[in-house]
Design a protein around this ligand. Structure first.
Ligand code: PGA
Length: 241
């Protein structure tokens, strides 16, 4: 694992955006694996700035997001569909029909997951996968478990995740209890993994990911076996390394 540590989350955002920018410049038709949450927002802001300055062109890019809450329609303000439009897609020239987020309102989430995995494979796999990390070490919504789940699947969110994400909703009761998430197999199949973490509340998970045992109890620890992972951290998230 390559590890880069910066003073601020803004620097982390610029560093992550520089890696994605290099990917897009080398391969304009890149397949981007994208993440939601507060951590990648400075990265997306920097990508928008590079687009506005005429440095980046997203017109040939394709994207697949990690996850979505079950039960939230795409136009719900707390949905990850909405998050991606507000934070990135509406501000760059990516074709909306080239962006993909799993559907949280599909009648059959199992079928939706299988179709999502098939679409990623048909697109040639993910060139670069952006990840945040949960305080419990989750990636996407792959929560701590007894085993790793390979494909896109339905998950029950843990109390830790529901607590952490309550800040995006009016109350804890409004946070969906289930999600659909890309599985560990698709994340591990990405050619490059770019994991971002900022803030002291991520320090335990980052240390467990880098130095801990490889275990589904800390889903991000599986990245120890990926051949091309870069961690972009601020000092607080790196403080236990
Ligand atoms: P955050 O979420 O960026 O909002 O902290 C990250 C995650 O849960 O994966």
């Amino acid at each position: 694992m390559e590890i880069r540590v910066y003073d601020t989350k803004e620097q982390c955002g610029k560093a992550a955006a520089a890696i994605i920018a290099a990917q897009l410049l080398r391969k304009p038709a890149s397949v981007l694996g994208l993440a939601t949450g507060s951590t990648p927002i400075p990265c997306y802001q920097e990508l928008v700035r590079l687009y506005e300055e005429g440095v980046l062109d997203f017109s040939k890019a394709v994207s697949y997001n990690l996850d979505e809450y079950v039960g939230l329609p795409a136009d719900h303000v707390c949905s990850y569909h909405h998050f991606m439009r507000v934070n990135l897609f509406d501000h760059v020239n990516i074709r909306l029909d080239a962006t993909h987020v799993p559907s949280g309102t599909a009648g059959d989430i199992h079928e939706e997951g299988a179709a999502y995995d098939a679409a990623i494979a048909a697109a040639g796999g993910i060139d670069i996968q952006v990840l945040g990390i949960g305080r419990n070490g989750h990636i996407g919504f792959n929560e701590p478990a007894d085993s790793f789940t390979k494909g896109c699947h339905l998950v029950q969110l843990t109390d830790s995740t529901i607590d952490a994400n309550t800040r995006f909703f009016n109350s804890r009761d409004e946070v969906p209890k289930q999600a659909i998430t890309m599985g560990i197999g698709s994340i591990m199949a990405a050619k490059t993994v770019l994991l971002m973490a900022t803030g002291a509340d991520k320090a335990w998970a980052i240390n467990a990911t880098v130095n801990g045992e490889l275990t589904p109890a800390v889903p991000a620890s599986v990245l120890q076996t990926h051949h091309d992972v870069i961690l972009i951290l601020d000092k607080a998230a790196a403080s236990l390394l």
